[in-house]
Design a protein around this ligand. Sequence first.
Ligand code: ARG
Length: 591
Amino acid sequence: MASVASLSASLQQRVSAALAAAVPSAADADPLLRRSDRADFQANGVLGLAKRAKANPRELAGQVLAALPADDVLAGAEVSGPGFLNLTVSDSAITANLAARAEDPRLGVPLAAEPGVTVIDYAQPNVAKEMHVGHLRSSVIGDAIAKILEFGGERVIRRHHIGDWGTNFGMLIQYLVEHPHELDHTESADADAGEASMSRLDRLYKGARTLFDADEGFKERSRRRVVDLQAGDPETSALWQQIVDESKIYFYSVYDKLDIDIEDADIVGESGYNDMLTETCDLLEKAGVAVWSNGALCVFFDDVKGKDGEPVPLIVRKADGGFGYAATDLSAVRNRTGDLHANTLLYVVDVRQALHFKMVFDTARRAGWLTDDVTARHLPFGTVLGPDGKPFKTRAGKSVRLEDLLDEAVERATAVVREKGEKIGLTDEEITANGRQVGIGAVKYADLSTSLGRDYVFDLDRMVSLNGDTSVYIQYAYARVKSIFRKGGGDLKPAPHPEVPLAQAERALGLHLDAFGDTLAEVATTYEPHRLASYLFQLASLFTTFYEQCPVLTAEGGAPQVENRLFLSDLTARTLHQGLVLLGIRTPDRL
Ligand code: ARG
């Protein structure tokens, strides 16, 4: 494995060196190199530098140009406008750099020099409850970020902080004690296992809730049951486990549909921190971070106030002695930094929990559980909206069932795939398999291509459209390359030829291919998967233009040009494939 520096990175280095040579005091100045339409790259850093050095920017730019080493990478360099540097790289440098990428199974993408340990908290549905679109976002975004970090060499520990604890469980377990057959499995041959589990849980939940609201005696017995659960009473624990297991059948069926791998060992829900809660509170109290207020153990913040101007505390222990969500999250921080030795903690959670995480992180810092060398970040995501622009709900005002949504996406996608698939002679099985990969890909892509904080409208028509910023469009570009090679019947040899001149569309495609590693590095530091999504969409678009403008098999330049174009096509397919894998999206060979 050999990592390859992008042309943009090597130019950046050279221009930096030239800047430093022209203005010795500017040794670490950023040349601000960007891709540009005028030339291949434009460096704007001279302007700021000239201002500081009180020099004429165009003159200074000229000096920088003169200091640039002459070699075969740079084909042209000129000063433009008030003092920009326009830089053009040679065709041969583009092809040679891509050739080095093609040699490497990682496409030349470097591994982090000093990888750390990241714990990422995502895909955290709640036991005995239906999953909703919010859980979809957390799962899809978290899965992509985890894969991208891992690809960069980071050690990633996944944590699915499922809601499997709390007072609700007293009610559910007590109901199960009094209605022992409620979760019995009946043999029904073709029923979807996940759906059957959810409907049993739903019945249990509704039954328990109704009784809880109507019957004081049951309410009291449920409260006592919570105490038994926290004390680890064996009968209570066994019933709790039964409810959790039932829910996992349902979760796994949804994740299976979503084509997301969840490992049982990574599911460490709220219950997993139960044994730490008392100690967490004691430590906070002893350190003076938390104080008793109105019977509850609270942490106060100078900058967190309610509408009335009164401070809003983080409650770690309630007045009734119970522990809340915050105590669990604080214990999880202790576990993740103290036991798992994480340097980075990520939480892919709805933006509505922003204040909660701010308070949890502040508290953990004061308590010393988060030190200066640990980064803790809440990656807040926005809301999925319905066609009416309001949070996505059914007509009856309930949240939309995730499984139904996914089924519908697959159905729509299959219709789209069928139309073309029949023309190219796909079998029914192939159409079904592709429909699933296209439909699920479309849902994930729509989510991932939206920048994290933004809301988006769940619009299936747009998501499965062949034209536009969709995964289907990208998948088609991939399949197109595959079809070129299929038609060649194994005789086509992609090979780079740096001596072959490149057409404009080839240069644009090539320079973009070369930026794959830089894009991934950016995503790994910003935690913004939409940057990878847009990179891939742009790659597919550039390939489409190349394909329209540059005949591959009938290239005028003869064998070397044919091979070079095959080489570009093949590297495009490999890059699209690798990028989509990191987003959790499949690439059917024939579409
Ligand atoms: N189960 C929660 C929910 O559905 C999300 C948990 C987020 N993670 C955490 N560590 N608090 O809203």
